[in-house]
Design a protein around this ligand. Structure first.
Ligand code: AMP
Length: 178
């Protein structure tokens, strides 16, 4: 299976959740056994020899992909969640949305100092979420090895933004527009 086939397994929903947004729905990819396996292998492969020690995934689709990538790389998994969802002591990071501000959190003891971490999510658009997650991981003492996404929306510049901060950004398929 090629990356092109992977792209065909992603469903596009126009004007969701609001007019003008083309929502890239990966549930159709997740439901396809061969596609899911290929996707996880392709996300993990560039980091197979990068001495990754933990995979951090962003709620909620980043949990599904990140858990599987962690298993493949032989590491544990660290959840990064929306504010107020984690049960233990947390550190938080706010980031700008189109309208307003949002906060993501992780457990303050989830990462050991110097631990080599791979960040995983389904899609990178502006990079605001991934950038906030990278800050959070750095503040917790982790060393970010890179970030892996299924989908890149290159017109929104998220990968460029991460790479300007020397974070390797690995994506499998690209879509035009928002
Ligand atoms: P950003 O912070 O702008 O890079 O947005 C990335 C986050 O928003 C990811 O967690 C995505 O799941 C979600 N997201 C942004 N745009 C889309 C889109 N067009 N389709 C599906 N998810 C999206």
């Amino acid at each position: 299976m090629t990356d092109l086939d992977l792209k065909s397994l992603i469903r596009t929903i126009p004007d969701y959740p609001k007019p003008g947004i083309q929502f890239r729905d990966i549930t159709t990819l997740l439901g396809h056994a061969e596609g899911l396996r290929h996707c996880i292998e392709a996300m993990a492969a560039p980091f197979a020899h990068a001495r990754v020690e933990a995979v951090a995934g962003i709620e909620a689709r980043g949990f599904i992909l990140g858990g599987a990538v962690a298993d493949r790389l032989g590491t544990g998994f660290v959840p990064i969640r929306k504010k107020g969802k984690l049960p233990w002591k947390t550190i938080g990071q706010d980031y700008e949305l189109e309208y307003g501000v949002d906060v993501i959190e992780m457990h303050e003891d989830a990462i050991r100092p110097g631990e080599r971490v791979l960040l995983v999510d389904d899609l990178i658009a502006t990079g605001g979420t991934a950038h906030a997650a990278a800050k959070l991981l750095a503040r917790s003492g982790g060393e970010l090895v890179g970030a892996a996404f299924v989908i890149d929306l290159p017109e929104l510049g998220g990968c460029e933004r991460l790479e300007r901060e020397s974070i390797a950004c690995h994506t499998l398929v690209t879509f035009d527009g928002h």
